[in-house]
Design a protein around this ligand. Structure first.
Ligand SMILES: C[S@@+](CC[C@H](N)C(=O)[O-])C[C@H]1O[C@@H](n2cnc3c(N)ncnc32)[C@H](O)[C@@H]1O
Length: 333
């Protein structure tokens, strides 16, 4: 009963925010045989089944958002993200990151699995504190090793559940179009010991407290074609060149760009607690969002700062050009 009332008030709340009326809310129901039409789908029966009885299904909490002090807005902090005390509680709309994989890269510390998961948990706990209700968290991770295979993604999902995040889904990033795909296939053309060659990574997606976000007068910037593509759970684009970017494990800018357009509104704040070369910050700037970053390695911190400064100059030059052309146009009219 309380659950139904909660859902009804959530629907009314959303309808009000989007300017849509309440009609057509009955919709279709989950089919007990096969799959029925998805549009306007009423899935209450499914979500109240025993499968979901122990699951956190999200709460509609009062939305609060605390502003980040101006001197800290769009900054990269050269320190561990286990402490993000520069950021107020409930101030971030989206977190996009790729954590260290603890696999012997120059910045890795050779931690035991337990120590490594503790580091991730500390950072993700801080992330929970700084996210607004409804804020999204996107974690790019690959599994590592073969004998045995260590499924880092499943450990992260468990940590996120323990911290109370709601899982929204996972994207398989298909990187098979990248140059230099591994040929470590084990026993070639023999069942002796053939091994899988991972041509994918994961992007795990979560929300804090609520699945929805209110627009509050902000603007979406995603195009129709992009939306149709990004709602699919497999994304295919090549990996980035470490040499070109100057960092041992950068993700391509396409990755944060897509997530930012898909999950945030213009003017929102995007956090990357493992900033590396600054791809998330550059993607945020390109799409009219603010950013916050943390990075422990001084060299990469400097690299990220240089890259964001370059992007700032390019954006400013483009803006000046636009204004000059606009002026010329009005003068001729
Ligand atoms: C996989 S890389 C991120 C690469 C980044 N996505 C990019 O595109 O360049 C992980 C980064 O986390 C940094 N790092 C490791 N431990 C950290 C911590 N406790 N706090 C902040 N950064 C950390 C490493 O120095 C490394 O640059």
């Amino acid at each position: 009963m309380a659950e139904n009332l909660r859902k009804k008030s959530r629907k009314a709340y959303k309808a009000k925010d989007s300017g849509k009326s309440n009609k057509n809310m009955n919709g279709t129901q989950t089919s007990s045989f096969g799959v029925s039409k998805r549009e306007n789908h009423n899935s209450e029966k499914f979500y109240s089944s025993k499968l979901y009885s122990g699951y956190n299904k999200g709460k509609v909490k009062e939305y609060r958002e605390n502003p980040i002090p101006k001197s800290f807005l769009s900054k990269i902090f050269c320190k561990s993200s286990e402490d993000m005390s520069e950021l107020p509680d409930e101030s971030i709309h989206l977190m996009v990151t790729s954590p260290p994989y603890n696999v012997g890269k120059t910045y890795d510390k050779d931690l035991s699995l337990e120590e490594y998961l503790r580091l991730l948990k500390n950072v993700l706990k801080e992330t929970h504190r700084v996210m607004v209700n409804g804020g999204r968290v996107c974690i790019n991770i690959a599994n590592v090793g073969r004998k045995p295979y260590i499924p880092l993604h499943s450990y992260i999902i468990q940590i996120m559940h323990d911290l109370g995040f709601l899982m929204r889904g996972e994207i398989i990033w298909d990187k098979s179009a990248s140059a230099g795909t591994s040929t470590a296939w084990g026993s070639f053309k023999s069942a002796t010991n053939p091994t899988l060659r991972d041509v994918h990574e994961y992007i795990l997606i979560f929300s804090k407290e609520d699945y929805s976000r209110l627009k509050n007068g902000k603007r979406d910037t995603i195009e129709k074609e992009e939306f149709l593509e990004y709602t699919k759970s497999i994304w295919a684009f090549p990996a980035a060149s470490a040499r070109r970017i100057g960092h041992p494990a950068p993700f391509p800018i396409e990755l944060p760009l897509r997530l930012i357009k898909f999950y945030t509104f213009e003017g929102d704040v995007v956090l990357d607690p493992f900033m590396g070369s600054g791809q998330t910050a550059i993607a945020a700037m390109k799409s009219g969002r603010n950013y916050e970053g943390y990075e422990t390695n001084k060299e990469y911190c400097q690299l990220a700062q240089n890259e964001t400064n370059k992007e700032y100059c390019q954006l400013a030059q483009r803006r000046i050009k636009e204004i000059t052309e606009q002026r010329k146009l009005t003068e001729t009219v």
